[in-house]
Write a protein that binds this ligand. Structure first.
Ligand SMILES: *Cc1c(COP(=O)(O)O)cnc(C)c1O
Ligand SMILES: [Zn+2]
Length: 440
């Protein structure tokens, strides 16, 4: 039997069951991580894992139609089939950004479309794992009344949907007025208890940590390392989609810093088990209005910087005190990582340019693309290299951002690619004139 357990991320001794309600190390208070019995996993060869994962990716057999559960032995090996709460997340497409890549002199540019998922963001990948574990805990008689999270909008949408699918009550804490209309209505529609607090994300995080001290309300934020286990499949999927070749770079927009360590963990596991022989380099991209990791990188990660996050169009990463800071630093060091930031103008401009080449990018993907443009311009990323940008959410969740851009009403943004509708009378001659002027 292949086993997995919680252990202290900083290395304190002790192994704990994944079905115990705990989020931090009882010795040092640091974050936990999920560890795997690598010797047991090595019993199957690298080629064996590859063909198993490929076979499962093309089936709808429960629960393997999910990109996460298709790799279950690497995630939560002992979760019972009947307790898997899956909406067949993962296996998202890799978009070859051919035209955008050519424009910036990077022909091998790809975008991993994690927003093409059930609730429109990569948060589905982690939430399927967390809610499944909770379902198994409840099935075994543990007294859990509800699952709760603080959110900048996407975590709550995912938690509420997976909770609804499982019939498990959910409570979401949102910073009032700081999430998009789509993100607000998602958990409302799913039947979650939606608590809109007059604070920011960091304030919501403080409250939810107090509320979940009572172990009957289970915490679903990414300080709970179960989330990381699901999200780590993004890195694995990218490699699989390139026929098991690692790209040169992966660019990720970051906020609370869980996802970058997740992507790193998936890749490290592949290397340890012989599926790849080299690692890509990672880029962590932040909004300049909420850039604690960028500032920490300036001091060589000698000290964690905490900021008061300012309002940014990239609302899902408007976080000043990232919970998974230590994990992200370790990941960046293992992957020869780079941290870059983007202003409001840069992120909106990058998103608009990408849209003009066939994408429909959320502002966070705009942050990642803007960081990429800068690194290409500085020669850090070379023209011949293969780059994957992780698109974290679907643009359809951010209609206000898109409208604001094309109406040229966004603060600090010069909307050079604004494309407002042309209002005309229903007159064929007038219409033909406009077409002649615009199209030629
Ligand atoms: C959550 C989220 C992020 C940031 O992920 P972290 O794990 O918090 O760093 C980026 N983009 C979107 C759209 C998100 O929802
Ligand atoms: Zn510890």
């Amino acid at each position: 039997m292949i086993a997995a357990w919680f252990q202290c991320f900083r290395g304190c001794p002790g192994k704990y069951s994944l079905y115990e309600v705990m989020y931090t190390c009882p010795t040092c208070g640091g974050l936990l991580e999920v560890a795997h019995d690598m010797d047991a996993l090595r019993a199957r060869s690298a080629a064996g894992w590859m063909s198993l994962f490929e076979r499962r990716a093309s089936t709808t057999q429960w629960p393997y139609g999910s990109g996460v559960w298709g790799k279950r032995e690497w995630i939560i090996p002992d979760l019972a089939d009947e307790n898997v709460v899956s909406l067949f997340e993962g296996n998202s497409n890799l978009f070859w950004a051919e035209r955008l890549g050519k424009q910036i002199g990077l022909p091998d540019l790809w975008v991993k479309m994690c927003g093409n998922s059930h609730t429109g963001s990569f948060k589905d990948l982690g939430m399927t794992v967390l809610v499944s574990v909770v379902k198994q805990m409840i099935a075994r008689g543990q007294p859990i009344r509800a699952v709760a999270c603080a959110s900048t909008g996407d975590t709550s949408a995912a938690l509420a949907a997976y909770g609804a699918a499982a019939g498990i009550p959910t409570i979401v804490f949102l910073p009032q007025g700081k999430v998009s209309a789509a993100q607000l209505i998602q958990p409302i529609a799913s039947g979650a208890l939606v608590l809109a607090l007059d604070t920011d994300f960091d304030g919501c995080m403080r409250v939810v940590q107090e509320v979940t001290r009572d172990n009957t309300i289970y915490l679903a934020n990414s300080m709970n390392s179960l989330r990381i286990e699901g999200q780590k499949t993004v890195g694995i999927e990218i490699v699989q989609q390139f026929d098991w070749a690692a790209p040169d770079w992966i660019v990720i927009p970051v906020g609370n810093l869980g996802n970058i360590s997740a992507v790193g963990n998936g890749l490290l596991m592949m290397k340890e088990l012989g599926l790849i022989d080299r690692l890509p380099r990672l880029v962590a991209a932040q909004a300049a209005k909420a850039n604690p990791l960028y500032l920490s990188a300036q001091n060589g990660f000698q000290e964690k910087v905490v900021v008061q996050a300012q309002q940014t169009l990239a609302s899902a990463i408007q976080i000043g005190n990232p919970v998974s800071y230590e994990k992200a630093v370790k990941t960046l060091q293992a992957f020869d990582g780079v941290v870059e930031q983007a202003t409001e103008h840069e992120l909106a401009d990058a998103a608009a340019r990408a849209d003009r080449t066939g994408m429909y990018t959320c502002p966070h993907t705009g942050v990642a693309l803007a960081a990429l443009f800068k690194l290409v311009a500085r020669g850090v990323i070379q023209p011949h290299e293969r780059v994957v940008v992780i698109s974290t959410a679907h643009g359809l969740k951010f209609t206000q951002f898109k409208m604001g851009y094309h109406e040229d009403t966004l603060p600090e943004v010069e909307a050079v690619a604004a494309n407002p509708p042309v209002y005309l009378p229903p007159d064929v001659k007038v219409v033909k004139d406009v077409i002649a002027r615009r199209i030629g």
